[in-house]
Design a protein around this ligand. Structure first.
Ligand code: NAP
Length: 255
């Protein structure tokens, strides 16, 4: 350990959508820094294989099957998480889905699905976490995964962009409301990252030509690019940082 404040030994982090992609990248960094990890996802197979990856760091790793768009399930599984780990110090609301269609014909059920998982899921998760953190009385960390779709015009992805924009404004409100309890709230705003969500676009010559050329660092983001920010935001080093958006996009939104 080079900088003591990044040592997460003794801390517990919950990561929704921690069984793949960006969530697994963050969970790996947190576990390597010493945190015990609870991951939530709907796929039992993905939960099992992610636990195997995380187990190598030697901290306590547990996965739960939980659909974050189901309010009762989130409340129940959060209580179960606290029962097993004793506490949650840092809660990462990262679970999310994409979905695109021409706006004039955008299917209503697709709109609701995206909002239910991405936005309502973040609400249910953070509400359960903030209750726990307020009751515990020692502060805590709320970290949401937004998207650069909240910044640039995301054609045919208005539902996704709306959910991610709303996450940023929810988090800003939480930062102000919960500061009195020592709870911080921040958003991570990824650009184009190579994960299961973006796999249809990776290697697509048209997409690579039109989009990757506009990424100043000239590459796709990787799940491990999100480990450092996760450790920082879960650590004592970020105790005076709240209400902020951390854009990690290889410079895409600056170009
Ligand atoms: P991913 O690998 O597909 O990860 C999505 C995660 O969300 C999976 O762990 C998935 O687990 C979980 N999930 C989906 N629906 C869920 C539900 N109803 N309840 C609980 N968990 C659920 O894709 P990713 O790119 O890493 O996405 C992670 C987050 O980053 C998302 O919020 C996404 O919007 C955001 N993001 C991604 C990019 C990008 O370029 N990849 C860019 C900006 C933001 P199960 O399949 O087991 O449910």
């Amino acid at each position: 350990m080079t900088y003591k404040q990044f040592d997460l030994t003794g801390k517990v982090a919950l990561i929704t959508g921690g069984n793949s992609g960006i969530g697994l990248g963050m969970a790996s960094g947190l576990a390597e820094a010493g945190a015990s990890i609870c991951i939530w996802g709907t796929s039992k197979e993905k939960n099992i294989s992610a636990k195997k990856i995380l187990d190598k760091f030697g901290t306590q790793i547990i996965s739960f099957s939980c659909d974050v768009s189901n309010e009762n399930e989130v409340n129940d599984v959060f209580l179960e998480t606290v029962k097993i780990f004793g506490k949650v110090d840092a809660c990462f609301a990262n679970a999310g889905v994409g979905g695109s269609a021409e706006f004039a014909d955008f299917p209503t059920d697709l709109w609701h699905k995206i909002i239910n998982i991405n936005l309502n899921g973040t609400f249910y998760t953070f509400r359960a976490a903030s209750r726990h953190m307020i009751d515990r009385g020692v502060g805590g960390r709320l970290i949401a995964t937004s998207s650069t779709a909240a910044i640039h015009g995301a054609a045919r992805s208005e539902a996704y962009a709306a959910s991610k924009g709303a996450i940023i404004t929810m988090v800003r409100g939480l930062a102000v409301e919960l500061a009195r309890y020592g709870i911080t709230a921040n958003s991570i705003v990824p650009g184009w990252v190579e994960t299961a969500m973006t796999s249809p676009r990776v290697g697509d010559p048209k997409f690579e030509d039109r989009v990757m050329k506009r990424v100043p660092l000239r590459r796709w983001g990787k799940p491990e690019d999100f480990a450092g920010i996760a450790v920082y935001l879960a650590s004592d080093a970020s105790s005076y940082q709240t209400g902020e958006e951390f854009v990690i996009d290889g410079g895409y939104t600056r170009f």
